[in-house]
Design a protein around this ligand. Structure first.
Ligand code: ADP
Length: 468
């Protein structure tokens, strides 16, 4: 089966969040199941191709959009025999200082989606698999303009909170047929909702965990689209993400000072020492390290972590935070760093190496998310014997079981968070129980193999429903 995966970021070439991890790892797992995969993404300035050969020029495509034809230069990088990476190059849109958060993001990703659709005409896949709002117009173009052989579409929702909501002029720019601008299709309270195109026009939809697939059908988590998603219940499924075990494996991790496995757990302590030393905190084997890695936005629960710090600091713990996000949280966290330099390490940056050191050297990882489509951090942590402390929502609920594979709280409050930390500290003081839980979590299977099988089932279901 030939799959075209369309994504706005792909690990290890460029990454902002978990979407990149998925777009990087799923193709490899699908190839293991006999698929051929092409991946298409924008050619950003930040793209780092590492050891791969400089891209080969393929074509200059006409990209028909509302204000006339634009052009995309398409480059190809062969990642393996069965995986090609295609890069959509247009300097005006993608040679910028960041990947996202420009006022013209809708225009940039409408362009990317249309260019990907034009590329699909050349590649002729069986399935186009799109991800999040940046690519959600592709199924719309397929529905309205595809006139070739049978083709299936899957739309994956990694985060419903970002929908590409914009003004009507962007709908004109998208060049979807005028008739599509109605509430049943892509209009949303007088605006153009790009994500709706993915939900309305795809053959099937999935989210990245079973619980999130249920949650988004409720007003609390549905971000205004719960009604539409309820109406799509028969084609909406949840498939848990895996983690990339080539990158995240304590036995082979190039960043760790001491590699370890479930049979040499004692080596984990070396990594704790190394981590604390690197961050300028004095190592003490009796003091647990509790860490947080993630975007510093409300979604990730950083507000309740901050509220908990004054209490947390009274306990015998070290706290490490790695993340970037809102200026507001940067400021508050920097103040805590100045107040408690011996107990708190605040790292306001994106740093993959440090993330690996933290996964390897911490005792606990906090993920107190307000909502969490899947969450990768908790699964990566488990692989390194680092016990997750999570809020029981979305993928966190699906992957962490209270007192078995971590600690789970439900009420979105710093008190509930602190109570779960107390349960974790209780475990920490009982070394046998601690070790037993570490072993258990390291043996959990979070590989892509199972998830990729589910994706393949869905692709097959889509194709057979079309043939039928
Ligand atoms: P998101 O909602 O951001 O996609 P996920 O938990 O699904 O959250 O994935 C986040 C990924 O990004 C994980 O691999 C995590 O380790 C990584 N990550 C997040 N913030 C940072 C950072 N500041 N430095 C390095 N890696 C980070």
């Amino acid at each position: 089966m030939k799959i075209l995966l369309v994504a706005s970021e792909v690990n290890p070439f460029v990454k902002v969040g978990g979407l990149a991890d998925v777009a990087g790892a799923l193709p490899k797992a699908l190839v293991g199941l006999g698929c051929k995969v092409s991946v298409v993404m924008p050619m950003y300035r930040q793209l780092n191709l590492g050891d791969y050969n400089v891209s080969e020029f393929i074509n200059v495509l006409d990209v028909p959009l509302g204000y006339g034809n634009e052009t995309a230069s398409i480059k190809r990088v062969s990642l393996s025999n069965d995986i090609d990476l295609y890069l959509v190059d247009n300097g005006a849109y993608f040679q910028r200082e960041n990947l996202y958060n420009f006022p013209d993001d809708p225009r940039r990703f409408i362009f990317f989606s249309r260019a990907s659709f034009e590329l699909a005409k050349i590649l002729d896949p069986d399935i186009i698999h799109c991800n999040d709002w940046h690519t959600a117009l592709v199924p719309g173009y397929v529905r309205h303009y595809w006139d070739r052989k049978l083709l299936g579409t899957l739309f994956s929702i990694h985060n419903l909170a970002y929908q590409g909501l914009c003004e009507r002029d962007m709908f004109v720019y998208s060049a979807l047929p005028e008739s599509a601008y109605n509430p049943e299709e892509v209009e949303f309270y007088g605006k153009f909702n790009i994500m709706k195109s993915g939900i309305v026009y795809s053959d099937m939809i999935n989210t990245v965990s079973p619980t999130y697939a249920e949650e988004i059908k409720t007003p609390e988590f549905g971000c205004g689209l719960d009604g539409l998603l309820r109406s799509k219940a028969d084609v909406l499924v949840g498939i848990l993400n895996g983690i990339d075990e080539e990158e995240f494996n304590p036995q082979t991790d190039i960043y760790l000072s001491a590699k370890f496995s479930v049979d040499s757990l004692e080596n984990k302590e070396e990594n704790k020492k190394f981590l604390l030393n690197e961050l300028g905190i004095i190592y003490n084997k009796d003091v647990p390290v509790i860490s947080f890695i993630g975007r510093l936005w409300e979604q990730k629960g950083i507000d309740i972590v901050i509220q908990a710090i004054p209490e947390l600091i009274k306990k015998e713990v070290y706290l490490i935070i790695l993340g970037t996000g809102s200026e507001y949280y940067h400021r508050i966290l920097s103040q805590f760093r100045e107040q408690f330099p011996d107990k708190i390490s605040i790292n306001l940056k994106f740093d993959n190496r440090l993330a690996h050191l933290i996964y390897g050297g911490s005792d606990f990882l906090l993920m107190p998310s307000r909502f969490e489509p899947c969450g990768l951090g908790q699964m990566i942590a488990m692989k390194y014997g680092t016990i997750p402390i999570v809020r029981g929502v979305g993928g966190l609920k699906d992957t962490v079981k209270e007192n078995e594979t971590g600690f789970v709280f439900f009420d979105y409050s710093y008190n509930a968070l602190l109570e779960s930390i107390d349960r974790a500290l209780n475990l920490y003081s009982d070394k046998d129980r601690l070790k037993a839980m570490q072993r258990r979590i390291m043996l959990e299977d979070h590989s892509w193999t199972n998830s990729a099988k589910r994706y393949l089932e869905i692709y097959n279901r889509i194709l057979s429903s079309k043939k039928g």
